[in-house]
Design a protein around this ligand. Sequence first.
Ligand code: ATR
Length: 273
Amino acid sequence: MKHYAVFGHPVEHSLSPRIHAAFGRETGIAIDYTALDADIGSFRQRLAEFTARGGVGANVTLPLKQEALALCADVTERARRAGAVNTMVRNGDQWHGDNTDGEGLVRDLTGRHALDLRARRTLLIGAGGAARGVAPALLDAGIGDLYIVNRTSAHADALADQIGQPGRVHPRHLADIGSLGEFELVVNATSAARGDGLPTLPRSLVGRRMAAVDLNYGEAAVPFLAWGRASGAYAVVDGLGMLVEQAALAFARWHGVVPETDIIYGELRAEHS
Ligand code: ATR
């Protein structure tokens, strides 16, 4: 049997083995998919061992997505633009890298949540790995201007440079967030709730019919989603659907079938409301 795995650190609480097992049941494809712990120092070695055991596909989560890009012989255009790989496909004797995070988010927002993203003036808070993964896909989905605010403004500048659409993408310092006007889509891509706490988000950001989207789910999404509700956002969305959709796109890369996602999403939603 072919082997699949998710690599990360920590990885023991990853939902990916459960999601891929559900996709396997749903499509009738036998799946051997496990969670393998690796940190940045050990990833190359763990991946080589996995390959030697017959590993042919891998997902990559924190903190390994940039390292994964470096270990792939070639990567898709969207992985290159994101500067990160979340899906690896064995191709002959080499690893090929892809990034399904951004398209996963867009599928969740436009499909499951029926949001029309086109021309939405968008604020992306954060410029780390999570932000890099989704920014190109949001732009491709037709959002309007994209403002990227970050605590360290050099990181926002670097992300905007990497995207390379200066007329449309505007990096700003987090301290200037009060002067940016109203938004129709606000995306929290920071890990702030897991650390020092979410920065204060002023009322002036809140546009009419604003959607508030957190790439996190569970406890880490609670403060931002509470802000969205208190601000009167008409759509408040966490990252659980994105997690399921990026997994479905990875599954499709490996098995050639896009699985139905509603059943496993419903199960996980019942546990992470
Ligand atoms: P991830 O892969 O989850 O995005 P990351 O690459 O470490 O993790 O990025 C974390 C993001 O959250 C960064 O944009 C970080 O801001 P800095 O670039 O200034 O470090 C942001 N972040 C983390 N804690 C924060 C806080 N307390 N307030 C504001 N932003 C924070």
